[in-house]
Write a new protein. Structure first.
Length: 293
């Protein structure tokens, strides 16, 4: 009986052995399958990541190229919009023949219209508005002066006068009552020196001055036809008057920049999409084409 029991156990072990081996083989196959799936998934994820990174780099590059193109167009199309220069008046003669006249010449100023790099301030063909701002005290001499004439003469090389313009102006009228009320109101500020009794007089010398390319304007002379005029300081303003596309670019810079950059970006994207199939065909030739040695 003992021998029969042992023989039956050996038969059970022999019958279970192949089942365990098959189970182990199936487990190994399962892990190998998981490993292969994981490797394939990793390769796909890596490819997607590289494609996404390449796409983002291309988008950023195209954006900067579009921005550079718009900036180049803007700074080449829009000239210097504003130019301000101080005007210092002087008297050409002080040795008057009559003793009762301390000054026998008119106040005048000569200044350059060239930038720091000796470049023309005004672009050729662009209209400019030229305005002289006079800061004048509300003194009795200026109030009794009435109207006076301001003349501007533009000259080219060799001091050749190109154009001249004359405009009349005067200090703004204020009644004695209004002046007294203003003085009483601003009395503390006047004592501390925080404000002054003065006026800013604007004289539009040119409404649309165009610089000639054959005779460029390099400077100007301003004369005031009054010996008794009193001026604290004077500034000359040159402002470009844009029309058409230049007006839109200058007065709406943010909107113009957004529209311009987006338009350039779309154009570059379309250019790349159109040329991409040709590049792909060049990189992958037709295998049926004959190979020349």
């Amino acid at each position: 009986s003992l021998l029969l029991g042992m023989s039956s156990r050996m038969e059970n072990v022999d019958t279970e052995g192949p089942n365990i081996q098959e189970l182990n083989a199936e487990i190994m196959d399962f892990f190998l399958h998981i490993q292969e799936v994981t490797a394939v998934l990793f390769l796909r994820l890596r490819r997607r990541f590289l494609q996404t990174a390449f796409l983002l780099c291309m988008i950023v590059l195209l954006f900067w190229v579009a921005l550079f193109l718009y900036g180049s167009f803007y700074y080449s199309f829009i000239p210097t919009a504003n130019f301000i220069t101080p005007v210092h008046f002087y008297y050409s003669r002080t040795d008057c023949p009559h003793a009762q006249h301390s000054l026998c010449s008119l106040p005048m100023a000569n200044f350059s219209l060239l930038g720091n790099s000796k470049k023309q301030v005004m672009t050729y063909g662009q209209p400019y508005q030229i305005t002289l701002e006079l800061e004048m005290p509300e003194s009795p001499a200026n109030e009794q002066l009435g109207m006076f004439l301001v003349k501007m003469s533009c000259y080219s090389y060799n001091s050749q006068i190109i154009d001249s313009s004359a405009r009349s102006t005067m200090i703004h009228y204020r009644s004695s009552l209004l002046q007294s009320l203003g003085t009483l109101t601003l009395f503390p500020l006047l004592l501390m020196g925080a404000t002054e009794q003065k006026q800013r007089v604007l004289v539009e010398l040119y409404s649309s001055y165009i610089n000639n390319s054959y005779k460029p304007t390099i400077g100007a002379i301003i004369e005031i036809y009054s010996q008794q005029v009193q001026i604290y300081k004077a500034d000359l303003y040159i402002h470009a008057r844009f029309t058409g596309i230049g007006y839109i670019l200058y007065h709406f810079p943010l909107t113009s920049a957004v529209v311009g950059v987006i338009s350039n970006f779309i154009f570059l994207c379309m250019l790349i999409l159109i040329s991409y199939p040709n590049i792909t065909l060049d990189c992958h030739p037709n295998p049926q084409d004959p190979v020349t040695s």
